[in-house]
Design a protein. Structure first.
Length: 289
């Protein structure tokens, strides 16, 4: 299409040649300045309040609603400050000061802008470059076993210095509980499987010599946790709150619930992403060892 347009406009009587031929041949400064000024669109909304604009087109109304100052220069032949201001002002699409009802006709802008764009036909087309090398396919993340005991992190030290908050504002961390096994359960009030297994975890905590500690991931904080915890009278567990999600991030939890068993030295024994039958003899044996 561009080649066809170039052929159509390349030849012909001088009076019928498009206006960009004047520029190629060396136009007077006044003509060049006029073309430069038509290729600048300034939208300015300053301190003055907008005037009523019953006849303003929809695009003007949208500019007025944005109340931002935008300068969008198209390719220029002269620097903006070299264009005579009275001449340039006549070709602003929108006047400064927020009065968007005074929109200038664009009859001279469109033909001249189109002429300059067509002038590119006279320039040699750049050689095609080789297609960029295909980006390397990122490695797929390791799949996480669901609803089963996962020992792939066994022996890794837990995030001993990462804290969570208990009711009343006290801070705790894994290092505070060394010397005992801990079963840390990451949960949230919006997580249906988490809610469903909480009574079983409460019962488990009263029957095995292991500290069972739920840690909530609710972003609403204690307001959400208390609403659920107050309706359920758990006898053997209290919950912490990991509102920034620091603990969950440190253990690379990809979902909820996630329950991790730590030994007396704060090292991971196993974890489960999902739920287990916490009342089964097999699971209890895996906890007690």
């Amino acid at each position: 299409m561009e080649a066809l347009i170039c052929c159509m406009i390349a030849d012909g009587p001088p009076p019928k040649r498009p206006p960009h031929r004047l520029l190629a041949a060396g136009a007077p400064a006044g003509v060049a300045a006029m073309v430069s000024s038509t290729l600048v669109m300034v939208v300015a909304d300053r301190a003055l309040p907008p005037s009523p604009q019953p006849t303003a087109p929809p695009i003007a109304a949208s500019f007025n609603a944005s109340r931002r100052e935008t300068v969008m220069p198209l390719p220029l032949l002269l620097p903006w400050d070299a264009v005579p201001q009275p001449l340039a002002a006549r070709h602003w699409a929108v006047y400064p000061g927020g009065d968007l009802s005074r929109i200038e006709p664009m009859r001279t802008l469109l033909p001249l802008a189109a002429a300059l764009m067509l002038a590119a036909c006279n320039q040699a087309q750049p050689a095609a470059t080789d297609a960029p090398a295909q980006a390397a396919t990122p490695a797929k993340p390791k799949e996480v076993p669901i609803n089963t005991i996962d020992r792939s992190h066994a022996g890794e030290p837990g995030p001993a210095a990462v804290t969570w908050e208990m009711k009343g504002g006290t801070k705790q961390k894994l290092a505070d509980h060394q010397g005992m096994k801990m079963l840390v359960n990451l949960w949230a009030t919006w997580c249906a499987p988490c809610i469903a297994e909480m009574p079983a975890l409460d019962k488990l905590a009263g029957e095995v010599p292991v500290m069972v500690l739920p840690i909530s991931q609710d972003m609403e904080g204690w307001q959400a946790v208390d609403k659920f915890w107050g309706k359920n009278k758990f006898q053997n567990i209290e919950t912490g709150l990991d509102q920034p999600g620091s603990f969950a991030e440190a253990v690379k939890a990809r979902g909820l619930p996630v329950t991790i068993l730590y030994d007396e030295n704060g090292k991971e024994i196993w974890r489960v992403s999902g739920t287990l039958d916490w009342g089964s003899a097999e699971v209890r044996k895996a906890i007690v060892g």
